[in-house]
Design a protein around this ligand. Sequence first.
Ligand code: ZN
Length: 345
Amino acid sequence: MFHELKQSKDFLAFTLAHPQHLPESFQFTLDNQVNVQVWDTGVIVFEPLDLQHTKDIVLSCAVHGNETAPIELCNDLMHKLLSQETALTERVMFLIGNPAAIHNGTRFIDENLNRLFNGEHSRGPGLNNPERVRAQKLELYVDKFFGSQEGERQRIHYDLHTAIRGSKHEKFAIYPYRGQRKYSREQIMFLEACGINTILFHHEPTTTFSYFSSENYHADAFTIELGKVFPMGQNDMTRFIAMKDMLTLLMTGKDLQLADFDLKRVNLYQVCRSVNKHFDDFEFTFANDVENFTAFPRGYTLAKEGGHEIKIEHEFESIVFPNAKVPVGQRTVLMLKTADDSNID
Ligand code: ZN
């Protein structure tokens, strides 16, 4: 089986040829002394054998199956590793989150995978749908990857997505809730160097993949939105050059040459609340094509449901990820206000 991958050097094609599962895991070592382990469909680990590495880096894509740009970006990085163009010095795991949904060309098969982490896959009604099974496995792989290393290490997890709608800030990252831990100025400036100059600080624990890694492994973990959804092959990959270059520097132990933290170079937002759906007739008052980060003034009626109006509470609040079509009980939109740098270290 590994001959197939060694020849093609195309882990995406390999994954899509075996979207449900692999008959067996396998490994091989490249001539440049990088060990390659394939643990499952869409799960591959690269580990330099001879070198002292200090970073464990997880790059995940296709947690939503139709978000193609991150898949193409990761496949390109993996191709360069498999063809030994990239001289890897750190441990890296790539996860192609939901191969069956990529096949389908849909966000998911039965359920939004990025609401099922941190144990949520096993809570609630005893469903055993494809996303719940996959979420549980992905957690185990992250645990095995981070947990197998001893000593002082930096753990990183960038979970790469694209958004459904247009955005006033094309690329942005969600910083999961960290409790008492401060936000990292170095990480914020790394993202800025990747072309991601807008950061959202989340206000509460969630069931996303990045929160799982942040909370359980103290990883520098982010959900990263890289622009709007396009079909596979129709992404303008020139828009991701900075990101690809920075990830390559990170994986190869090079000096990242990050700029000093500068508030003028980044847009910081604090999530102030999440508006959940309580009634089937939930509807927003704004048009379908309103962009992410559009701001509304205090008193403005944002949405209606069950005979109630949901109004803006702060002087201004901006919206992100509005989606009225979620099941009752789930989030319809995150509301943001601008943030300062008081919690950044
Ligand atoms: Zn997504």
